[in-house]
Design a protein around this ligand. Structure first.
Ligand code: 2AM
Ligand code: CA
Ligand code: CA
Ligand code: CA
Length: 266
């Protein structure tokens, strides 16, 4: 089936702006907060409500489109055949709960596994990062520039401090030398925003041990449109069906860090 990507793009932007309004209006209401896999893994009524809104509207728009959403209101997606929306209704739920900022809506729309449309919406700042495959990436109306090479010694990396502390399952020692050698590190607590910042050139790299498809689906499309690279820590294509590690960055930094700090260590 051929899709009208310009029309889908307009539809997706409308949905995202509408959902953003709903989230902003919810700040005055009391949130209902639960935990999922552990006490720090939070989900709120808004995460669920926003995902349900997306699922309802997307199904009404085109029942053939499949939906993979974090909160499970979409479909059991086991292949990337056809058109698949990968949706994170609120990325950075902990920030949403504790700070009412530094969270985003993230959506990637894939067709037969190819990223066609990507969105990351910083609701509070009203900044929509968006990309349409082959047409470049934008923040609102402003076109994002192709990423320029940066030496590792001048690179700013995003990495969550958890991955530098002793951890039974992950080889945490490998990140130490990277943190030491780059110019600086940051952590924003929203994978989607961190990927948007890589696309905007505010970060030169983002490393993390474990992300789900909905954390990266939108950001991957944005970063690839500005010439950046998104892989797992083994330099392989990141899985869009299951959890995986992630290494996103400007192409030169990605190559140098992979060769000198990661290759053969994981
Ligand atoms: P979330 O807020 O949508 O859950 C926090 O460092 C980042 O990691 C956020 O983007 C958060 O997304 C994501 N995250 C939190 N818990 C996670 C988990 N168990 N697996 C994968 N990603 C997670
Ligand atoms: Ca979550
Ligand atoms: Ca997420
Ligand atoms: Ca989420």
């Amino acid at each position: 089936m051929t899709e009208n990507w310009n029309e889908i793009d307009r539809f997706a932007k409308d949905l995202i702006h509408h959902a953003g309004e709903t989230i902003k209006n919810s700040f005055k209401d009391k949130l209902s907060i639960e935990s999922k896999s552990n006490a720090n893994d939070l989900v709120t009524n808004m995460d669920k409500e926003i995902e349900q809104y997306f699922v309802k509207e997307i199904r009404r728009y085109n029942p053939d489109h499949k939906i993979l959403g974090e909160e499970g209101y979409g479909d059991q997606v086991t292949s990337h055949e056809g058109t698949v929306w990968i949706v994170d209704p609120i990325d950075g739920t902990m920030n949403f709960v504790h700070q009412q900022r530094n969270f985003a809506i993230s959506i990637g729309i894939y067709h037969n596994g190819i990223g066609m449309l990507g969105y990351i919406y910083d609701v509070v700042l009203d900044e929509l990062y968006h990309a349409h495959k082959g047409n470049g990436a934008y923040m609102n109306e402003e076109k994002l520039k192709p990423l320029k090479p940066v030496p590792v010694s001048e690179a700013i990396f995003s990495i969550n401090a958890t991955w530098i502390t002793p951890h039974e399952k992950v080889p945490y020692q490998i990140f130490g030398p990277i943190v030491h050698d780059v110019r600086g590190t940051r952590s924003y607590g929203s994978a989607a925003l961190e990927l948007a910042y890589v696309a905007a050139g505010r970060l030169d790299g983002y490393l993390t041990m474990r992300l789900a498809p909905w954390d990266i689906a939108g950001g991957k499309i944005l970063i690839e449109e500005v010439g950046g690279v998104v892989t797992n820590l083994q330099n392989q294509t990141h899985s869009l069906l299951g959890k995986d590690s992630l290494f996103a960055g400007n192409a030169d930094v990605h190559n140098e860090i992979y060769q000198n700090y990661l290759q053969g260590k994981l």
